[in-house]
Design a protein. Structure first.
Lengths: 293, 293
């Protein structure tokens, strides 16, 4: 029985649409083993406890890739990452599945090859890259190749996730994005993401809020999330370092450097609809890990 | 008599349109002093040796700003930065002028205030920021405020400028840019500039060429520069780390980590029209400096 611990991830990080991501210390844990025959999946809704399960499908993709003829599979799931909230729950299933399958097959694939396979399954690399490598990453696709880099972030940065009680599918959140944009909006994000990365590397926390501004996805997606603008504004008033839509949402993520913020924003969101939950988080620097028992 | 040494700058750096810039060890030197009366300008074309001179106009802006009632001014110019080639010659005149004026007035303005004033005169901060601070910088304008950060670049990065014998005005180069772009082109540059900055910080030289790709200005401006595509392609063949249009052009800038590249590209461009000149350069880490004599 192998234990696979997979971090949550927050992608986009404001202006870094489709390329930036950060691993966080919130985890799904999968207990996985090869058994004589059949498929046993425990710990998830019955509709997912079958061959359509994303962890299992990802394992099969990995087995195919490395040419491993597996027998039966048993998966026990302990979910701490909320589903369809913009915190990389599907990336965690994909990465957990292929990492487990790779271990079972004898550890054939390198981390870079795991990234390639995970991106192939997920469709984009921005969550799976930090999920595999930990920390903050940039990852892009170019001519079927994935290029990634681990971004240096100065010490002291903390996170506070505001998670509502409703789901938002990535498909729906992608559906509201435009085909054409103003030239100046493209330039806007290029400047902001450059400022963001330099400010995070240097620990220039006062610059981060300017670097966090986005015109490429948040203005289109904010309308899908009740109270989005109010919460963003409140976070800024409460001196968050920066605030952004986590992945495709609906979670809103604040970067902070004190512990007071979480208490204050908890009080504020408790007065809103949709039972927003507030979670203090830190960067996970390790990425997915396997414990064999 | 004060000696003001002002570095050349290369802006945009591929995908970092209107925000990134790097100071280089190629300098204009201005000898400036307050004299009893009148205006004497030496060392430039006669058409610029008058009140329209950009150094002098910038000095006057600075004197106005700090409320200094100047007498006459003498300026002697030693130009090493080629004019209207995308190497920040106008930024050097502006920065040199205001820094000299600020010194004459008693050093009232901070470097940040000098940046604000230089940006006001130049219209955009991407050349004047590295010119003032040295190194590689990101600078953006937001609600009349300039925000900037000094970007960490790993050691060992060198530059090679390919400078043709014709000028290209920034106005003309701006005129070919579009009002609207494809959404995916905006996203493309966001991913590339993020990869570029992380790769430069980490010294991941093999990633830089992917991070250098641009879809926001080079595809539009390349057509204004004869042999642009050929030279870019040749630089890539000759194993430059990355290659991009310097500022608004027409200079093409390669990032390299060996000395062989300059010899090889010199041979190549010697066979082309427009007498391309090849210049080996390094990062200037100090920015503008003043020597009082």
């Amino acid at each position: 029985m192998m234990k696979v611990i997979v971090p949550a991830t927050t992608a986009n990080v404001g202006p870094g649409f489709d390329c930036l991501g950060i691993a966080l210390n919130l985890y799904n844990t999968f207990y996985i083993e090869e058994i004589e025959e059949g498929l046993i999946i425990e710990g998830c809704e019955e509709t997912y406890a079958n061959e359509n399960n994303l962890i299992y499908r990802s394992m099969k993709k990995c087995f195919e890739k490395v040419g491993y003829d597996h027998k039966g599979i048993k998966i026990k799931i302990e979910n701490d990452i909320p589903i369809s909230r913009g915190l990389g729950s599907s990336a965690s299933c994909i990465v957990g599945g292929i990492v487990a399958a790779n271990e079972i097959a004898g550890g054939i694939l390198s981390k870079k090859e795991l990234l390639d396979l995970a991106t192939e399954i997920e469709g984009h690399p921005d969550n799976v890259a930090p999920c595999i490598f930990g920390g903050m990453t940039v990852a892009i696709s170019q001519d079927q190749e994935i290029y990634y880099s681990q971004i240096k972030v100065s010490e002291g940065l903390k996170f506070c996730a505001m998670i509502p009680n409703f789901r938002l599918s990535t498909e729906r959140a992608r559906g509201v994005l435009p085909k054409k944009i103003d030239y100046k909006d493209g330039i806007f994000n290029v400047g902001r993401v450059s400022l963001l990365l330099s400010a995070l590397a240097n620990g220039e926390w006062d610059l981060v809020k300017h670097g966090c501004k986005d015109r490429l996805h948040q203005p289109y997606r904010g309308g899908l999330i009740e109270n989005f603008d109010h919460i963003i504004e409140k976070c800024e008033q409460l001196n968050s370092i920066g605030v952004f839509l986590s992945g495709a949402g609906p979670t809103i993520m604040a970067m902070v450097n004190d512990d007071q913020f979480a208490d204050d924003i908890s009080e504020y969101v408790s007065g809103l609809k949709n039972r927003w939950m507030v979670k203090k988080l830190n960067i996970d620097y390790d990425g997915v890990r396997v414990q064999k028992g």
